[in-house]
Design a binder for this molecule. Structure first.
Ligand code: GAL
Length: 387
């Protein structure tokens, strides 16, 4: 009910933005073929009962017109409309058109809130306080993004706190997916007046456990259907990265990026080196690696520029790592929300996180959470245009 009222209010207040029509198509620059105006997804396609809980679509908006849609199924970012250089709103978050699609077999964590442990845990095993735990193996020989049914596939409790803020909550029970401890998790997604999508994660536990939460949004800053991300310009604030074996588990080394295709310390197009003969690129099928971020606190992590749209996305995070995934497993199996296919390397993810397999890598920053401690971490995706 609340969202319906909100949508109606938006439609009345912003007729030029929320037209949902293509009447002014002729005036748009060529590159905005994907999105000309903000056409919100059909909310009825997000209404379902899953695991006895109701799913729906939630819409956030700031006073600049920047708009984000989420569903509480998997805490998924469904769409994110930001202005391009010409002032047209582009949906830069690549996503699907219905809750059934998100729950389908080919979903690749589109826009999902990821947990209890984002990224991989070698062989699905880890030891805490002398006890070994086994997780479901869902990625070759390893566990990925929580296991068989991670936080990306559960229905979160959702509360829209105001027009620009959504709070998602979930209780991950002791033993769920093999992890110890009842973990009480919340994520507050908010759109700020600075055109930032701010993500604040919090968790507490009643038994010692491991936690590594992230968001798995796929972006194409030129919009859905605009082709490869290869010409996007990328900077990552990292002098080192964590090389991986052929199953994408870190070797434990923090290797310098200097002199390798992993050097994004100066802006470089994503595609300029991704096919180079390099063992790490071979292991990842391209870029699928964790970068060791410089600095501490809420610090700059990455900057991406959409070559056609001029949209700039900056990433800030309190996390020590950033997984840059270049869409290597995208294979055109999913139809996206505006009808394009999720073709190979047509979107990227920048997942703020602790390093992969940290529970088995004593030299990496710890992901252990103990009873009485508060897990709190903030990450931000900020949007502007190239000057
Ligand atoms: C990424 C991961 C990739 C791939 C992708 C989903 O986070 O690093 O290897 O699994 O998720 O397709």
């Amino acid at each position: 009910m609340r969202r319906n009222n909100f949508s109606i209010a938006l439609l009345l207040a912003l007729p030029s933005v929320f037209t949902g029509s293509c009447a002014d198509e002729a005036k748009q620059p060529e590159h905005t073929a994907a999105v000309r105006s903000i056409q919100l997804p059909d909310s009825t396609k997000f209404q379902a009962s899953i695991d006895g809980k109701q799913t729906r679509l939630y819409t956030l908006k700031n006073s600049n017109g920047v708009t984000a849609c989420f569903t509480n199924f998997g805490g998924r970012l469904v769409g994110l409309w930001v202005p391009d250089s010409a002032g047209n709103f582009i949906d830069v978050a690549i996503g699907l058109g219905s809750v059934q699609d998100y729950a389908g077999p080919d979903d690749a964590y589109f826009g999902a809130s990821i947990g209890r442990y984002g990224n991989r845990i070698a062989k699905g095993k880890f030891t805490l306080e002398g006890k070994q735990y086994s997780l479901f193996i869902n990625n070759g020989v390893n566990t990925l993004h929580g296991g068989r049914k991670g936080f990306s596939a559960v229905v979160w409790d959702a509360e829209q706190l105001n027009d620009s803020t959504l709070k998602l909550s979930y209780l991950s029970k002791d033993g769920e997916e093999g992890y110890p401890g009842n973990l009480t998790v919340s994520i507050i997604y908010s759109l700020t007046e600075n055109n930032e999508l701010r993500m604040q994660y919090a968790a507490t536990t009643d038994k010692t456990t491991i936690v590594n939460l992230t968001n798995h949004a796929y972006f194409n800053l030129n919009g859905e259907g605009s082709g490869s991300i290869g010409d996007h310009l990328l900077t990552i604030d990292a002098e080192r990265y964590t090389p991986v074996d052929s199953t994408l588990i870190p070797t434990g080394e923090l290797a310098p990026v200097a002199g390798t295709p992993f050097d994004f310390t100066k802006p470089v197009t994503i595609g300029s080196r991704w096919n180079e003969a390099n063992e790490q690129l071979k292991n990842g099928g391209g870029y699928d690696h964790n970068f060791v971020l410089n600095g501490s606190g809420l610090k700059p992590a990455a900057r991406v520029v959409g070559d056609k749209s001029g949209i700039v996305m900056e990433v800030f995070t309190e996390e020590p790592g950033l997984q840059f995934y270049g869409g290597n497993f995208m294979a055109g199996k999913n139809t996206l929300k505006q009808g394009a296919k999720d073709e190979y390397r047509t979107a990227f993810c920048l997942e703020t996180q602790h390093f992969p397999d940290s529970p088995n890598q004593p030299s990496f920053p710890s992901t252990v959470l103990k009873p009485g401690a508060n897990y709190v971490t903030v990450s931000v995706y900020k949007f502007s245009v190239r000057q």
